[in-house]
Design a protein around this ligand. Structure first.
Ligand code: 5GP
Ligand code: ZN
Length: 117
């Protein structure tokens, strides 16, 4: 938990969100400003600033995070299969367009059209 981190506060339930998933390590919720019909954010509960802070030791939980993404996508309205699908995005750093400094995976999808950003 980092003081004044929005996603730490959301993951701990101190700030309300539309939660779709929670376990010991992860928390997922709807993005407040969705870029598509489905737009979820999957965050580790532990405060990690960005992908630039990732070390080799983090590979296991990071792999679990990626493996959760298709499950959450399909449970929340992304169409399964080749004709469906979704985008997974991790904005990293200022030049990477990251606005919230707590690592998060965007899960973006649902019926087209929507902007491919
Ligand atoms: P970033 O640009 O850091 O990759 O993405 C941050 C995302 O967090 C944006 O898509 C933004 O809409 C979302 N966001 C910012 N503040 C809040 C909030 O208070 N609640 C929720 N649910 N999403 C937020
Ligand atoms: Zn945090």
């Amino acid at each position: 938990m980092s003081d004044n981190c929005l996603f730490c506060k959301i993951a701990q339930g101190h700030i309300p969100s539309k939660k779709v998933y929670e376990d010991d390590d992860f928390f997922a919720f709807h993005d407040i400003n969705p870029a598509a019909p489905v737009h979820l954010l999957l965050v580790p509960k532990r405060h990690i600033v960005s992908m630039q802070a990732i070390q080799p030791d983090d590979a296991q939980w990071l792999g679990r995070m990626m493996a959760l993404a298709p499950q959450l996508a399909h449970e929340n309205g992304c169409t399964p299969g080749h004709e469906g699908g979704f985008r997974l995005v991790i904005n990293t750093g200022i030049e990477g367009g990251q606005e919230i400094d707590h690592l998060h995976l965007h899960i973006i999808g649902g019926p087209r059209p929507w902007d491919k950003r």
